[in-house]
Structure formats: structure tokens, C-alpha cells
Design a protein around this ligand. Sequence first.
Ligand code: FAD
Ligand code: DLZ
Ligand code: SF4
Length: 511
Amino acid sequence: MGVLRLVLGDQLSPDISSLKDAAPDDLILMAEVAEEATYVRHHKKKIAFLFAAMRHFANELRAAGHRVRYVRLDDAGNAGSLRGEVARALEEVPGLSSVVVTKPGEWRLLEDMKAWRDLLPVPVELREDTRFIVPLTEFFAWAKGRKQLRMEFFYREVRRKTGLLMDGEEPAGGQWNFDHDNRKRLPKSLVPPPRFLPPADKLTQEVIALVAARFPDHFGDLEPWVFATTRAGAEAARDHFITEILPGFGDWQDAMAKGEPWMWHSLLSVYLNCGLLDPLDVCRRAEAEWRAGRAPLNAVEGFIRQIIGWREYVRGVYWLKMPAYAETNALEAHRPLPDFYWTGETGMRCMADAIGQTKRHAYAHHIQRLMVTGNFALIAGIDPQAVNEWYLLVYADAYEWVELPNTHGMALHADGGLMASKPYAASGNYINKMSDYCGSCAYKVAEKSGPKACPFNYLYWDFIARNRERLGGNPRMALIYKALDRLPEAEIRAMQASAADFLAKACPAAD
Ligand code: FAD
Ligand code: DLZ
Ligand code: SF4
């Protein structure tokens, strides 16, 4: 008797726990299903990337000698859901006595799978996802009894655990964190380097045509193609980043520039999150660049912190706090998402750029996600669930375990400060300091109210004023409230009037 081993679209690792004891009689099932493609209306490029990567991975498994049942979206009889496809395989293939699957990255699917135990005629084993550096039990033990979960302290534990950038007991270079070196604005004379953006191979082109035909109403463009869809391609992207781009990662980590979607970011999340790259391996390679003297410590530490710090940490927060986390709305924000999040059509140059490239590439870098689209949603008071849905569907790297804590915790402060000690709210000054957007914007960053004023300015002060009761007691907000109190009453009223006017047009509150 064999085992039916289900591999999900974001589990494309040969060493995934569901495959570790695979035997010749077993059958590996992979399925493209409408339910996963439409539970939110994912960006077309995200669906195409994942289906193409799944098809390539199935070929990789076959080449390694495994028996694989791969169900394509347009195959006759496709049941439309993962549960349906597991049930169909059990019915159609004789000799399968149990189902094994590695736990999924989203709460909704884990709950669904738990119910499979009662719905399917054979036992179902759900295995831990061991592709992360910190097992969830370890994260839960770390979090126990802590009122606030500060990433920095967690990160230091992971540095010690992995030995990454450690000289004995001490952090390499004598400091845990080199963030203060990583906030440079891009000089006009410096152009971001060319990137590894492989064209679509034949298999991927077929999938692109399928997605264009089946999901025409979904957000986003399929062309130009920018992602590798094989393990070898993802490894080439990793190697290109590490040798060519990583040295500049730190200096320009927070910088933005018009028409420049990639800057010095790695573009690796899409491969890490679907299993084509291993996070610890990527970090060890980055460390080796520093040890060999080819990349500076501020760049390598900053990059490694994003992966063994933030990435592991947000996963822990997600599984610690779900399902209640998805309902959090500590700032009681209820406005609908403005239409320009879907079209990119707005006079705000920073927003138009971030949304435009999101539409084109299913990618925006962290500062655009946090300080442009996230910051706008925060200060405009957009409903966290609407914002969450947007981030989950527009990015090719988005799965709820990583997207939700970043949205509710980091960008929107909807969790009341569990993740961030104060909201990442900022006026146009911040965007102007870190980018060259403002020079070609329809609005004026120096103006605080009125029809020409930068909306980030009046929305920021309106946010600060209207949240005084909720945020005024936070010691980290004390200076900001002092600054608000120093502003002339008439100036505050003018900004509030501009904010009300803008919001009434862009995202009128429901009655
Ligand atoms: P780089 O800047 O090159 O960073 C290197 C790696 O570090 C990334 O590949 C990623 O694996 C990891 N990383 C960096 N920052 C974070 C972070 N805050 N949380 C978790 N991992 C991080 N990341 C996702 O992978 N999926 C998401 O759905 C997602 N949604 C986000 C939503 C919001 C509102 C915000 C503010 C951030 C979100 N992030 C998400 C985190 C971050 O923006 C992306 O990981 C990053 O932009 C991916 O691009 P990159 O690979 O070029 O990253
Ligand atoms: C995102 C996604 C999409 C679009 N399609 C599929 C699919 O057809 N089959 C599949 O196995 N997985 C898909 N996925 C990834 C799943 O949604 C993902 O495994 C869960 O959200 C858990 O992270
Ligand atoms: Fe963005 Fe304001 Fe600058 Fe325009 S002026 S680009 S809206 S920050």
C-alpha cells in the first residue's frame, strides 16, 4: 500500500517534510485548483509564476524517480479544490492507504485540512513545515509572558542559534544591528544596477496563456515577465544578487527612486516563500561574501536580519495570534480602499509609482509597501481587512503567514502595538527625504493644506490629531503630540478640512 503525498504550490522543496520518507509505491499529488487561485483574486503574474514553478517542480520530482500525479487547471475532471483533488486521487488510484501533507502557510487551509480527517476515507497526517529556522514551539516559548514582541530581541536569539555573523559569543563587528548606516538617500548620479530578470521559458509561456484566458479580470499584468520558475533559475537569481547587488543592499535599503522598482533589493522573497530557495542557505552565502571581504557588514547584516529576523518573526506572530489577529483593528479604521489602489491613477507620484509597478511586476520593495502604500492606508484610516486583502493578492510573494503581520502589525498598527512600538506614520517630508518622487508630483510637498498640498502632510496630522486618545499615552509618540500642540489651531483646522475633503472624494466612509 502506498501513501498519497500532497505538495502545495508554495511547498516546492525536495526536502519538504511530506516527502522525507517517500517510497516507490507512493504517489505525489500536485494540483492547480480554482479555489486557491480565487479565494482572493490573485495578481495574474502570481498565479502564472506559481503554476509554472509547480509544473517545473513536478518534472524535477519525476526526474528524481518519484511517481507524480499532476493536475492542470484545465484538465477534464479537475475538482476545483485541494480537498476535491485529494478525494479524486484516492478514488481513482488503487492502493493508497493514507494522506501525508506538510502544514500549509495559511490558517484557512490548515482548518480545512484538519476537517479532511473526518471527510476522507483514509488517515490524514499533517506534518510540521520544517523549512523555517525557528520551529514554532521555540517561537511560542520565546514569546511566552512577553507583553510586546520586539523583533530585535528575537533576532539576537536566532543569530546565537545559527551562529550567523557571530564571533564566538559576540556579534560580528561588535554590533547586532547596523541599521543607522542603511538610511541613505540615493544620489542623483547613482543608477541602480541591472537585474537578473529571466524571460519566460516555453512551459512558462504556456502557463501565461492559460492564466490570461482563465483569469482575465484579475489584477495585474502578465508582461513583462520577470521571474525564474525553476530551481536552477531561482539559484541563478540568488547568485546574481549575492555577487552583484548585495554590497549596495545596506546603503540604499530605505531609498526609493522614480521608475526604479528594484533598487538594491534581492527580489528573492518570491522564491524563498514557495520553497525554491532555502533561507538559511541564502544567509550563509551572504555571510561568506562578508567574510571574503566582498560585501560590507552593514549590507550583509541588514540582509540577514530581514530573513532570520523579520521573516521568521512574522511567521511566529502569525501562528501565535491567529485567528484573532486577522480581526484586529485597534485604530478603528473603517474607510474603504480607494480605487487608485487598483488603477494606480492618482496625482500622488509616490503612490502612482508604487502601485504602477505592483500592477506590472507583482513586486514592490519594502519601503514602498511600508512607507508609501502602507503609510497612506494607515493615515487615511482604511479598513485593515480591505488593506490585508489588497496586499495578499497583489504581490507574487504573498501568503498570509507573512503578509498579514506585516500589514496589520507593521503597516497599520491594527494589532495595537504588539509588533511595532509606534505606528509607522509619516508625512510627505519622509518620502521627500528618501526619494526623488516629490519633484515630479502633482502636489507640493512643502504645503500642508489646500488643493495643491501633499496629501501625506494633512492626512498625517489629521491621523495624529484624531488618534490622540489611542496613541497620546505612548511615550514614543510624546514628541509628536508636543509638535501637534505647538501648531496654531487655525493650521490644524485647515489640515483637517483638507483631509476631510480629500477622503470624501477618494474613499468616502460608508454610512
Ligand atoms: P529584500 O529587501 O531583498 O529582503 C530580503 C528578504 O528578507 C526578503 O526576500 C524577505 O524574505 C525577507 N524580508 C524582508 N522584510 C521582511 C518582512 N518585513 N517580513 C518578512 N520577511 C521579510 N514579504 C513577503 O515575503 N510576503 C508578503 O506578502 C509581504 N507583505 C508585506 C506587506 C506589507 C504591508 C509590508 C510592509 C511588508 C510586506 N512584506 C512581505 C515584507 C517585505 O516588504 C518583502 O519581504 C520584500 O519587499 C520582498 O522583496 P525582496 O525579496 O526584494 O526583499
Ligand atoms: C497561491 C496558490 C495558487 C494561486 N494556486 C495554487 C494551486 O492551484 N494549488 C496549490 O497547491 N497551491 C496554490 N497556491 C498556494 C496555496 O494558496 C498555499 O499553499 C496556501 O495559501 C498556504 O500557504
Ligand atoms: Fe508623495 Fe506628497 Fe511627494 Fe507627491 S508630494 S510624491 S504625494 S510625498
